[in-house]
Design a binder for this molecule. Structure first.
Ligand SMILES: C[S@@+](CC[C@H](N)C(=O)[O-])C[C@H]1O[C@@H](n2cnc3c(N)ncnc32)[C@H](O)[C@@H]1O
Length: 363
């Protein structure tokens, strides 16, 4: 087992939940921006919620850097220590450069705009762990880590934008969040069947296929099933099945190992809804999700993970109002993960409809 450090995404609680579901024990450090955990290995491409993975170095940073192969080296430093600033990070980097130059090495330092290098800066300067002579070190007080993977934001953008069938009204799930939903199901064997019963344009299906699973998508709308088909065929995937079906009554025709989906989120909104509108939306979305879970519970095996993003609405007090359905879900025969928690709410600042991620297991 190795000890890893994760630089957590914009919503650390969601990033931690994703890592915990896959690796078990995860501890947050450095004012919640980082987490440490043990694992055999890590693959940054599979984790939508993590910006960087790093491994602890046992040598001092200078000994480590002196051991790098011959030739010009590029170094970047991200400082997450208690009193870190752009200045402390820059000073550390320049101090390392000075010693290395004294030892006859040619060194370029990546400029810090902040205490920590952004994902884009690390990626675009080649500090993603793939080139032995281009390295990013992370300092956390007296500990140093070597970055071994950086989230490929360009690959996500390509996956998102290349898809031929898009629908602004349905609103497409960011591929990163699709990965989070899939990972929250835990570790499944390669080839396991991942069902998305509200598959829309097929983002969850696409990410499940990229992660080595079989994808099974259903949606009430024939148009959406055609969109999913077009998108999955565009990427040349083969191991998937699609069919039209109302999730509240559909009979899924093959064994389902896990369910990851973004359910019906109600009407898109550009301003905070009034009480009447909110009540109507809660009623409509709540009845679809409950109808779906009731239908599903009869068709899946014990312990099957079910992860679903449901809507929560921004209120005037700047808090999100969630669907109050967890007790009912529990009574239907599901274990609700961390029921007492505030919830895992995914949203951009001031977004009206947030996605409230619910993690269940059939009991
Ligand atoms: C928020 S969208 C999901 C978008 C999808 N994640 C994507 O990436 O495109 C919700 C989807 O649920 C579908 N839907 C609504 N009610 C449904 C029901 N009762 N059964 C199945 N699908 C339903 C809609 O057609 C829509 O495609």
């Amino acid at each position: 087992m190795n000890r890893y450090l994760a630089v957590l995404g914009r919503q650390p609680e969601i990033s931690v939940a994703e890592l915990e579901a896959v690796f078990g024990d995860v501890s947050q450090i450095a004012s919640g921006k980082l987490a440490v955990f043990s694992a055999e290995s890590v693959d940054i491409c599979r984790f939508g919620g993590t910006l960087k993975f790093a491994e602890k170095i046992t040598l001092s940073p200078i000994e480590f850097l002196r051991g790098l192969p011959e030739g010009k080296i590029t170094i970047g430093v991200s400082d997450y220590s208690k009193k870190a600033s752009r200045k402390t990070a820059t000073m550390e980097a320049l101090k390392l450069k000075k010693i290395l130059v004294r030892h006859g090495r040619s060194v370029r330092v990546v400029e810090n705009k902040d205490a920590a290098l952004s994902t884009a800066t690390s990626l675009h300067n080649g500090l993603s762990g793939k080139n032995e002579r281009k390295v990013e070190l992370i300092k956390v007080d007296d500990d140093w880590y070597l970055v071994v993977g950086v989230q490929d934001i360009d690959a996500y953008a390509r996956r998102d934008q290349a898809r031929p069938a898009r629908d602004a009204y349905v609103g497409m799930l960011p591929p990163k969040l699709a990965q989070v939903l899939i990972n929250l199901c835990g570790v499944l064997p390669k080839g396991a069947t991942m069902l998305d019963p509200f598959c829309g344009t097929g983002v969850v299906l696409q990410e499940a296929l990229l992660m080595g699973y079989r994808a099974y998508g259903t949606d009430i709308s024939e148009k959406m099933i055609e969109y999913s088909r077009k998108n999955l065929e565009y990427f040349d995937f083969e191991n998937f099945k699609l069919e039209v079906g109302d999730a509240t009554r559909h009979k899924w025709g093959e064994k389902v190992d896990a369910v990851a989906c973004e359910g019906y989120l109600g009407k898109p909104m550009s301003q905070i809804p009034g009480e009447m509108k909110l009540k109507e939306q809660k009623q409509e979305c709540g009845s679809i999700v409950l109808g779906f879970l009731k239908n599903l519970t009869r068709q899946i095996e014990l312990d099957t993970p079910v992860v679903i993003a449901i809507p929560a609405w921004l209120r005037e007090n700047n808090k999100y109002e969630r669907l109050d359905i967890l007790d009912e879900i529990e009574a239907m025969g599901y274990n609700v993960h961390s029921k007492s928690r505030e919830g895992l709410l995914y949203h951009r600042p001031e977004q009206i409809v947030a996605r409230d991620i619910i993690i269940l297991r059939k009991k």
